[in-house]
Design a protein around this ligand. Structure first.
Ligand code: HEC
Ligand code: HEC
Ligand code: HEC
Ligand code: HEC
Ligand code: HEC
Ligand code: HEC
Ligand code: HEC
Ligand code: HEC
Ligand code: HEC
Ligand code: HEC
Length: 292
């Protein structure tokens, strides 16, 4: 008797109503849920069957339906949805990452982005085309991709997920931000930018320390900008002089990053075009001043 009681307590919530609950197989669902059933053979979950997600259907069929007799996602909180999907998907994505991701913490879970039965994009079962899905909650980001200089996300050249992992990320904090911004990583825990801009990868004999330390975002806006080359400042030299100003305690002599050389006559407009001479600004194999 005692044994049975313990067993009952250990059963999940959806089975508690009536026990024992049995698996009855997906065919049993066909009669009443033909709308869901008819194209399920195309679903990547076909082999898991209906009950892989909704749990055993015995009681539900016996009761001729009802939300209380089966695992109904419409009655679940975010945490339960997450747990149900992770029963099978904890191997594909790091459980630790997804648990502490900005999305999970904001109660945005699997079923907010994926639609098992009504996906318009059979690939990845997304609830909407990717950019529309992301913009549906991140409306302000759309404006950034409409700026004069931008990564062509709206035009379909690249996608949000080329740089972000909506499931969470191992990435260190790039730039000065305090969150990982779900930024994904390329090989060797590098910034995702290097997947495509491979010429910026190095290693260089002479590195520009800022590229490695502060990352690409030290100088570039990742989404869009009104400045050429997605730069953070409209005029290149103001960008350079933000760091090269001899202030603070950064730099190899702890005296701040040195100012431009005394040989530079800043009244001569020529000298304001820093990258006219410092052409290998991302790093060089030939010159410590990045002149070639
Ligand atoms: C991979 C998990 C999964 C599998 C497998 C699955 N479902 Fe669902 N089902 C869901 C989720 C999640 C919802 C909530 C709506 C949504 O997000 O699409 C749902 C919703 C439903 C609904 C509510 C109506 C609706 O369309 O929203 C019914 C009925 C249903 N499923 C029946 C079935 C049947 C029948 C099968 C097998 C043919 C099945 N499900 C297989 C996850 C699954
Ligand atoms: C005899 C008809 C019948 C059969 C057979 C049946 N269902 Fe249902 N099902 C219903 C009815 C009726 C509801 C209640 C709908 C409501 O309350 O909105 C329901 C609700 C559900 C829901 C909850 C939908 C929601 O609102 O989130 C799920 C999930 C579901 N059924 C899955 C299944 C699965 C899986 C099977 C096969 C194992 C199955 N059903 C077999 C009639 C049936
Ligand atoms: C914020 C939106 C979002 C949330 C939340 C989300 N996903 Fe995804 N998921 C996506 C997008 C977008 C893709 C497509 C990625 C691509 O295009 O490379 C994807 C891809 C996938 C894939 C296939 C490729 C892969 O990365 O393995 C699986 C499986 C998956 N998601 C499962 C889940 C599960 C399970 C959950 C909940 C634990 C979840 N997703 C939560 C947006 C999301
Ligand atoms: C019973 C196990 C199981 C459960 C529970 C489950 N899945 Fe899956 N899922 C699978 C399997 C198996 C595949 C196919 C994997 C493959 O083909 O590599 C899959 C594939 C996927 C894919 C990838 C589709 C693609 O095109 O690559 C997504 C997205 C996904 N599942 C989301 C979900 C979500 C969201 C939930 C929760 C509502 C969920 N799954 C629950 C087993 C499961
Ligand atoms: C080229 C790479 C790249 C692409 C493509 C990209 N992002 Fe980003 N995104 C980043 C980086 C890097 C950061 C971190 C910025 C920082 O630290 O200064 C970021 C930050 C963010 C942030 C947090 C900061 C903010 O501005 O609110 C959100 C939200 C965001 N991205 C959403 C999106 C969405 C939605 C898409 C697709 C429509 C997208 N991103 C496409 C690289 C990218
Ligand atoms: C259902 C709404 C929803 C959807 C869909 C959604 N997000 Fe989010 N996202 C949020 C919320 C809420 C947060 C946490 C609060 C915030 O920072 O805006 C967040 C956070 C983020 C962050 C971190 C922002 C930061 O400041 O660190 C990034 C990056 C991001 N989302 C990208 C995406 C991408 C890419 C997609 C599409 C694959 C997507 N989101 C889809 C709601 C959503
Ligand atoms: C998926 C590939 C891909 C990724 C990842 C990527 N880019 Fe790009 N990037 C491009 C392409 C393609 C262009 C060409 C411009 C266009 O699409 O019109 C470009 C252009 C640029 C430009 C030059 C813009 C101009 O006006 O000439 C800069 C700067 C840039 N990317 C920086 C970055 C940074 C920083 C990151 C990481 C946050 C990054 N990219 C990630 C593909 C990528
Ligand atoms: C110290 C500031 C700085 C950092 C850090 C930086 N860039 Fe740049 N980047 C520039 C400047 C300045 C230009 C414009 C060069 C010019 O005007 O000739 C540029 C131009 C570019 C361009 C377009 C022209 C070209 O050379 O292809 C791309 C792409 C680019 N950067 C990618 C990156 C990536 C990826 C990273 C991170 C690995 C990065 N940048 C880090 C300053 C920087
Ligand atoms: C985000 C900060 C930052 C920005 C912006 C920046 N730099 Fe630097 N730069 C550094 C640091 C840090 C060093 C290495 C200083 C050290 O080792 O003490 C450095 C080194 C250099 C050197 C190498 C000199 C040597 O003696 O090793 C040159 C040349 C240089 N930067 C030029 C530029 C130019 C031109 C720009 C604008 C396109 C620029 N930097 C923008 C931080 C920055
Ligand atoms: C006309 C070409 C030219 C332009 C334009 C130019 N530089 Fe230089 N820069 C050089 C040369 C050559 C050197 C190495 C010899 C020297 O110190 O004069 C150098 C050296 C440097 C150094 C290293 C100084 C040291 O003591 O190690 C820094 C930092 C630097 N430049 C930053 C800048 C910045 C910032 C700008 C834009 C405001 C700029 N440069 C514009 C040619 C140029």
């Amino acid at each position: 008797m005692k044994q049975t009681a313990i067993l009952l307590l250990a059963l999940p919530f959806w089975a508690a109503a009536q026990t024992p609950n049995k698996f009855v197989g997906g065919d049993a669902c066909k009669v009443c849920h033909s709308d869901v059933w008819f194209n399920f053979y195309k679903n990547p979950h076909f082999k898991t069957g209906c009950e892989g997600c909704h749990g055993p259907g015995g009681n539900h069929v016996a009761a001729h339906g009802g939300k209380a007799t089966i695992r109904a996602f419409s009655a679940m909180g975010p945490e339960q949805v997450l747990d149900t999907c992770l029963e099978c998907h904890s191997k594909d994505m790091s459980r630790a990452n997804i648990r502490r991701s900005e999305h999970t913490e904001a109660d945005v879970v699997c079923s907010n982005c994926h639609s098992i039965h009504k996906s318009p994009t059979p690939k990845f079962l997304l609830a909407n085309r990717q950019k529309d899905l992301c913009y549906s909650c991140h409306a302000s980001i759309r404006a950034q991709f409409e700026m004069p200089v931008k990564h062509r996300v709206n035009e379909g050249v690249i996608q949000c997920t080329d740089c972000h992992n909506p499931h969470g990320s191992f990435a260190a904090t790039w730039g000065t931000g305090s969150s990982s911004a779900l930024v994904t990583t390329a090989l060797d825990n590098e910034e995702p930018c290097l997947k495509c801009h491979i010429d910026k990868r190095g290693p260089f004999v002479y590195e520009h320390a800022s590229v490695r330390v502060e990352g690409c975002e030290g100088c570039h806006m990742p989404h869009g900008s009104t400045n050429a080359k997605l730069l953070r400042r409209p005029v290149t030299f103001t960008l350079c002089l933000e760091c090269h100003n001899g202030a603070g305690s950064f730099g190899r002599e702890n005296t701040g990053v040195f100012t431009q050389s005394a040989s530079h006559n800043m009244l001569d407009p020529k000298y304001q075009k820093c990258t006219l001479c410092h052409v290998r600004i991302h790093g060089s194999n030939a010159d410590p001043m990045f002149l070639r």
